[in-house]
Design a protein. Structure first.
Length: 135
């Protein structure tokens, strides 16, 4: 399962059992300034029983950490502590841009589709991770 964390929305994606193909799952909501919605995540973890998680690491364009990167690292620790699952940090740069591009390529507009975009960004990130494991 992949988690694309934002300040307001958190996109989730899931792979098939063979860990070959990623697909969108759901978007969780998060109130700005509030803690990570662990209870919301736990519902999907219990339902889908993933063997591990891929958490998007929001690096700056030059590859350095930012204030948001440090918050995501803290969320990683929280998730590992509360679930016992391994959490891999994965560079998420360009995942949202790729998701937006895919929607536009299919002839769709992006207005009013923020939840779908967050799920698709998580899917792009997870697929990239799964492909890297094959190589």
């Amino acid at each position: 399962m992949a988690i694309d964390m934002g300040e307001k929305r958190i996109g989730l994606a899931l792979s098939d059992p063979s860990q070959s193909l990623a697909h969108p799952l759901v978007t969780l909501t998060r109130r700005a300034g509030r803690r990570f919605p662990m209870k919301q995540l736990r519902v999907h973890l219990d339902e889908h029983q993933p063997t591990g998680l891929v958490l998007g690491l929001p690096l700056a364009a030059d590859g350095t950490d930012s204030e948001w990167t440090e918050e995501v690292r803290g969320v990683r620790s929280l998730i590992e502590e509360k679930t016992g699952l391994p959490v891999v940090l994965w560079d998420e740069r360009m995942s949202t841009a790729r998701a937006l591009s895919a929607i536009r390529d299919l002839g769709g507009g992006t207005k009013g589709r923020k939840d779908e975009i967050d799920q698709l960004a998580a899917t792009v990130m997870l697929q990239t991770y799964l492909d890297s494991k094959k190589n």
